[in-house]
Design a protein around this ligand. Structure first.
Ligand SMILES: O=C(O)c1ccccc1N[C@@H]1O[C@H](COP(=O)(O)O)[C@@H](O)[C@H]1O
Length: 220
């Protein structure tokens, strides 16, 4: 079975190249000032342009994702005009109506993150199904967390069993090279997403861990 892996929270060209070389399906670039992985949009545009041309040069298929949290239209306009990602990931409390508006106005395929603690949270994703390219199921962050994701929190992967999705979805939250096989086996995910699990410190990606994660996924 081919499992697509997204490496999220990329902040430098070297990490992007390593992930592309090892056939990551997607790279994520974060715009959220409280995050140790935050990029200003100029830097994000540069990293995405570099990753996109390296992907083409290496004849790979890696897509670039801008990750935002409850963005207003002005931020999205700048991303659409200047950053030009393949997809935008909405990682806040965006309602289905807001997501529909964003898709219609900006025309960029979307990933909508859903915070999961219970089976009810998983099933509550249904209204987003028709407006997004992919859903991303991530653990509900701890109450005292300052970030909505990227904190290495995981949820009970068996909650995803038999989820009746129209489209392939991503499993996220606390994944790493050592647990991704079990996570896929329990959740039946066809796409996985990792950020802090391939870092040596918050915001500092580790080349060896990125390769190890992508090799673990390739072996499934
Ligand atoms: O990583 C961040 O700093 C971040 C900030 C704002 C929104 C989302 C963020 N990360 C997302 O969190 C998940 C899982 O992360 P982890 O593997 O548990 O560390 C991932 O999808 C990132 O896109």
């Amino acid at each position: 079975m081919t499992i697509l892996a997204k490496i999220c929270g990329i902040t430098d060209d070297v990490s992007a190249r390593i992930a592309i070389d090892d056939s990551a399906g997607m790279l994520g670039f974060i715009s959220f000032p409280k995050s140790p992985r935050h990029l200003d949009l100029e830097r994000m545009a540069q990293l995405i342009a570099n990753a996109t041309s390296y992907t083409a040069h290496m004849n790979k298929k890696t897509q670039c994702v801008s990750v935002v949290v409850d963005p207003d239209d002005a931020l999205l306009e700048t991303i659409a005009q200047n950053v030009r990602p393949d997809l935008i990931q909405l990682h806040g409390h965006e309602s289905p109506e807001r997501v529909r508006h964003i898709r219609a106005r900006f025309g960029i395929p979307l990933i909508k993150a859903i915070s999961v603690e219970s089976r009810a949270d998983v099933l509550a994703a249904a209204p987003y199904e028709e407006v997004v390219e992919h859903l991303l199921f991530d653990a509900k962050p701890p109450k005292d967390a300052t970030l909505p994701g990227g904190v290495g929190a995981r949820f009970d992967w068996t909650l995803m069993e038999g989820y009746p999705s129209l489209r392939p979805w991503l499993l996220a939250g606390g994944l790493n090279p050592w647990n991704v096989a079990e996570a896929v086996s329990q959740s039946k995910a066809k796409m996985v997403d990792v950020s802090s699990g391939v870092e040596r410190a918050p915001g500092l990606k580790d080349a060896a861990l990125i390769s190890q994660f992508l090799k673990a996924v390739k072996g499934l």
